[in-house]
Design a protein around this ligand. Structure first.
Ligand SMILES: [Zn+2]
Length: 212
């Protein structure tokens, strides 16, 4: 779609690549708008409905909580076995003279994703009810900007890289929490990747938001 129409739902966009000004009509789900001058992608109508986004956020949150109490990794070296959960791992680091490291790691791999997901659940609950919630701007900012402080996928890649070194010293066993956390990272990435600022604000305005 190359938007040049103007109607009550149209928005004026400036292409970030070539500076061309484009009028884009309201897009339906899966519809995309491209710049007529340089063919760059401008905007999409979103891949998922708000209900699907809500389900994705709830599923991610449940997976995150479930990844905490069970064994994350197990090690076997010289006949000695030890398993550690995510929660106990953070606890051990905290009590081994690394409180700042434990707090920082816990914040970016558990706390911030949890806050962001909880906020997005509340955001999408309001949008699904088609209500103009006064809390929308707050939840939107927490969800959108908090997402950049959630580094679950960085942590998972870091764990896998460090395991390549540890594997020469001990036999490694992946616990159930490892797979649950991996699933959480996938769901979290999909949920965050589907956040469309303009689409959310437009929906909120449609339900009466922003009116004095
Ligand atoms: Zn352009």
């Amino acid at each position: 779609m190359e938007g040049t129409d103007s109607n009550e739902h149209s928005k004026n966009h400036v292409c970030h690549h070539c500076g061309y000004e484009v009028w884009i009509p309201k897009l339906e789900k899966a519809e995309k708008a491209y710049c007529p001058r340089c063919r760059s992608f401008l905007k999409s109508g979103g891949r998922f409905s708000f209900q699907t986004s809500l389900v994705l956020s709830i599923t991610s949150l449940i997976l995150l909580v479930l990844s905490l109490p069970f064994d994350f990794l197990g090690f076997n070296a010289n006949g000695r076995e030890q398993a550690v959960s995510l929660w106990m791992g953070m606890h051990d680091i905290f009590h081994h003279d690394r409180p700042l490291l434990a707090i920082t790691t816990f914040s970016v791999i558990v706390l911030m994703p949890a806050v962001v997901l909880l906020s997005s659940v509340l955001l999408f609950v309001g949008l699904c009810k088609e209500k103009c919630e006064k809390t929308f701007p707050l939840f939107f900012r927490i969800t959108y900007y908090g997402g950049s402080w959630a580094m679950a996928e960085v942590f998972l890649v870091g764990v896998l890289v460090s395991l390549t070194k540890i594997s020469s010293l001990a036999t490694i066993k992946f616990g159930p929490s490892f797979f649950v956390y991996g699933l959480f990272v996938i769901f979290f990435a999909i949920a965050m990747g589907n956040l469309d600022r303009e689409r959310l604000w437009e929906a909120w305005e449609e339900f009466g938001g922003g009116k004095v």
